[in-house]
Design a protein around this ligand. Structure first.
Ligand code: CMP
Length: 229
């Protein structure tokens, strides 16, 4: 059964402080959009003046270099928002956003967003906290890309994925990849060949266990040491 927008919005941390009435108002202002697997939601450099809140599925934030090599900056999950940058600064979209699997977003146009902001200025603080967290992660990623070797880069990415979506169990922390090893390599920032060499070595050393698209982190402490380089 489809979840009502106001019931879903109650669970979105961005709207945690909104009253029932304000939340219902937001629910009336959003429209729902469905995306199929691999569908581009918008491209880098597009004009854009809407905020998106992911209701279901997974999306990736990415950029392309001159030779169409993809760099994945981040994955977003239900409850996360995106598109706030162009919405706030009026410039073009800073990155491409693509549905990694079938996804649904709630879309809030700029006018409606400003309208809500007028009555709930604290919303901007909640948004800023998330943007700060993402900037810290991006800083961490830059550090890793510049200074870590391939083992450190893989460790940093896997620890981040496990913080975001890992499930702790008897077998260690399980990360379910929503995509292929090619895209994991694009998220780490190394080639697929290097990724498979590093993963093989981590498996051999008992740090990871890999079963299809599931990665089990067995030795978290070792990954943390590798990530610190
Ligand atoms: P916008 O620039 O409107 O469109 C692309 C969106 O991707 C952007 O807003 C942010 O929501 C998101 N985004 C861009 N860069 C990053 C990043 N480094 N980390 C997380 N999200 C990002």
């Amino acid at each position: 059964m489809m979840e009502r927008p106001d019931i879903f919005l109650r669970k979105v941390s961005l709207f945690a402080d909104l009253s029932e009435d304000d939340l219902k108002k937001v629910a009336r202002l959003v429209r729902s959009r469905q995306y199929s697997k691999h569908e581009v939601i918008f491209h880098a450099n597009d004009d854009g003046n809407a905020l998106f809140i992911l209701k279901s599925g997974v999306v990736k934030i990415s950029m392309m270099d001159q030779e169409a090599h993809e760099v994945i900056l981040k994955l977003l999950y239900p409850g996360d928002f995106f598109g706030e940058m162009a919405l706030l600064d009026g410039q073009h979209r800073s990155a491409t956003v693509t549905a990694v699997e079938r996804s649904e977003s709630l879309v809030l146009e700029r006018e409606a967003f400003l309208n809500i902001l007028h009555q709930q200025p604290e919303l901007l603080l909640a948004m800023l906290l998330t943007v700060c967290r993402r900037l810290r992660q991006t800083d961490e990623k830059i550090r890793s890309l510049m200074f870590a070797d391939a083992y450190g880069k893989v460790a940093e990415t896997l620890l981040r994925l496990s913080n975001e979506k890992g499930e702790r169990g008897g077998d260690g922390i399980c990360i379910r990849l929503p995509f292929s090893s090619k895209e994991l390599a694009n998220l780490v920032g190394i080639t697929r060949q290097t990724l498979s060499r590093v993963m093989r070595e981590y498996q051999r050393a008992g740090v990871l266990r890999i079963a299809g698209r599931q990665i089990f982190i067995i030795d978290e402490a070792r990954l943390q040491r590798e990530a610190l380089g």
